[in-house]
Design a protein around this ligand. Structure first.
Ligand SMILES: [Zn+2]
Ligand SMILES: [Zn+2]
Length: 107
């Protein structure tokens, strides 16, 4: 799994905060985007490289607890609207990525 697997669909479901509300440490991925917890490589879930409205790049990362919590909420949102999930969730990329985050098996 690499950050390129973080499709726009997945990120929309995770409900990332508005980058203009974040401090510099959160924007560069040193601190969880949802709480003040400082992150290490071990504890962090990378959420891909993002570009804000001004064209500035930012690198959201989250602690495992928040990544799992938001992925779970996103999964519930997604499953209700996805035909592929209704048919066979195993075959749905969005579902697989979110589910892996929930299980904290992001490697
Ligand atoms: Zn957090
Ligand atoms: Zn799906």
């Amino acid at each position: 799994m690499t950050v390129t697997d973080m499709s726009a669909d997945v990120l929309a479901l995770l409900n990332l905060p508005d980058p203009s509300d974040l401090n510099a440490d959160q924007r560069r991925g040193a601190v969880c985007v949802w709480c003040p917890e400082p992150l290490t490589g071990e504890s962090a879930e990378g959420l891909g490289e993002q570009v804000d409205e001004d064209g500035e790049r930012w690198f959201p990362r989250a602690c495992k607890a928040h990544a799992a919590k938001h992925a779970h909420a996103g999964l519930l949102d997604h499953a209700g609207t996805c035909e592929q999930c209704a048919d066979d969730a195993e075959q749905c990329t969005v579902s697989r990525i979110l589910y892996r985050l929930v299980r904290q098996e992001w490697r």
